[in-house]
Design a protein around this ligand. Structure first.
Ligand code: SF4
Length: 452
């Protein structure tokens, strides 16, 4: 009954605003860049809009409501956001009824400056600031309610993928000197363990097979909750959910990850053998300037410990090149570290000053764009060679893949160690576990054949 009332309301709004296309429903389009947390929040908002009678549009141009979920962690991401906002200005001039909402890390506490720069935006709300979104919805007559923005509501859809992203802790208390995230997402707030378990039970009931637990620093999970449950406790609780096949989590912090968690990954079968452990630099002086609060010695002890306890583990890391003052020698330390550690995946980025951060205030961005690019290229070239060697060892081997969908006529999914695997088959494999014999490898993905 509630749903019918909501849809009637949306139809009235549609008529008032002279909606587009042949449909009698209002349509939304959510544009998302940045981290998995942004993707999770976009899914949440999409689920809510579906449940109040909106329908997903295939592009900006046939939407009545556009939401930009933004990232400004690097200049390149910010440039894309600004470009998209410019594009939307033109679209709004042509279609004045278009509603434009902006969230994500572009939005800080003081929205006045952003409002001045982007007068065509109808609402700016901080990441996860749903009361602001709800209040805006009420003024517009859009029945967005807190309960619909909760996780795994009965009336919220599950996307066609068998995998779900589950935020478990919001914000970050670390204040790495280059990072804008704590200023935009605020301090750490963990979700209660029981609430997460109930959400995952509900998602599994609706067909989800794999979950990825998300946090800027998942190792901080629970320190602010009564009884202080930690990530290992949460993994143990989730692993007892029948029909949940796989559990992943990201991102860890090298200063906080502990033996209890490593032992849990080693012993709980549903937890996949993959860790994201951002090192950021291979030099102690740079790490100190970054305020990462660990040393190379700690990192060099940690990785072999993880590999000894979890022999199948695959490791990803992040590296920043061209941090203020990074000398050629210090950069060489990062390269040597990558050669020594042989990560499966390296996400490399050039430093860009983020206004409001400690590094932006205290250090001069004195490495030229050319040098940053050169260093980035060296890292990428080295890592392509390492990943190529690591992946080639899987040639002829069998891996278990949870099939997530189809791309260009091929099924795709990930192995337990997070390798992207493609295969061709006429059957319907969506959401199934497939045994794939690997026939072809590259630094970025694998290709194989189903073992029947
Ligand atoms: S741990 Fe550091 S890099 Fe990661 S979100 Fe927190 S402040 Fe940013």
């Amino acid at each position: 009954m509630l749903k019918i009332k909501q849809e009637t309301k949306i139809k009235q709004l549609y008529n008032q605003r002279g909606g587009k296309g042949n449909s009698t429903m209002l349509r939304y389009f959510i544009w998302t860049i940045g981290c998995q947390m942004n993707k999770a929040e976009s899914q949440q908002i999409a689920g809510c809009l579906d449940s109040v009678g909106y329908r997903a549009a295939i592009s900006f141009s046939n939407a009545d409501l556009v939401i930009l979920n933004t990232c400004v962690v690097r200049q390149s991401a910010e440039n894309k956001v600004l470009g998209t906002l410019g594009l939307l200005k033109g679209l709004k001039n042509k279609h004045p009824h278009l509603q434009i909402l902006v969230t994500g890390c572009l939005v800080d506490s003081d929205t006045q400056e952003l409002k001045r720069r982007f007068p065509h935006v109808d609402l700016l709300f901080k990441p996860g600031d749903y009361p602001e979104l709800i209040a805006w919805g009420q003024k517009q007559g859009i029945p967005i309610q807190q309960r619909l923005l909760g996780y795994a509501r009965n009336d919220v859809r599950v996307a066609s993928s068998p995998c779900a992203l589950i935020p478990i802790i919001q914000g970050c208390d670390n204040f790495c000197s280059y990072c804008i995230v704590p200023y935009r997402r605020g301090r750490e707030v963990s979700r209660p363990l029981g609430e997460i378990v109930r959400e995952v039970e509900e998602l599994v009931r609706r067909g989800i097979k794999e979950i990825t637990l998300l946090g800027q620093n998942v190792d901080s999970y629970g320190h602010d909750l009564p009884g202080h449950p930690d990530l290992a406790d949460l993994l143990n609780a989730l692993s007892s959910i029948d029909d949940l096949l796989r559990i992943r989590f990201l991102t860890n912090h090298p200063k906080d990850i502990n033996l209890k968690l490593i032992d849990t990954v080693a012993s709980v079968n549903k937890v996949c053998e993959h860790l994201e452990l951002p090192v950021q630099a291979g030099d102690d002086d740079i790490l100190r300037a970054m305020r990462r609060e660990y040393t190379m010695e700690r990192y060099r002890e940690l990785v072999p410990t993880i590999r000894r306890k979890i022999p199948q583990i695959s490791l990803s890391t992040d590296i920043i090149v061209g941090f203020p003052g990074e000398t050629e020698e210090q950069f060489e330390h990062s390269l040597s570290l990558l050669k020594e550690m042989r990560f499966d995946v390296v996400h490399a980025a050039a430093y860009s000053p983020r206004p409001g951060t400690i590094a932006c205030r205290e250090y001069q961005d004195n490495i030229t764009a050319e040098v940053k690019k050169e260093r980035l290229d060296k890292i990428e070239e080295l890592q392509a060679a390492i990943a190529s060697e690591i992946n080639s060892q899987l040639q002829g081997k069998e891996v278990e893949v949870l099939v997530e969908g189809r791309k260009k006529g091929k099924w795709f999914g990930r192995s337990r160690s997070n390798k992207l695997v493609f295969f061709e088959d006429a059957g319907d494999w969506l959401g199934q576990l497939a045994r794939i014999q690997i026939e072809k490898t590259s630094p970025w993905s694998l290709k194989g054949e189903v073992k029947k």
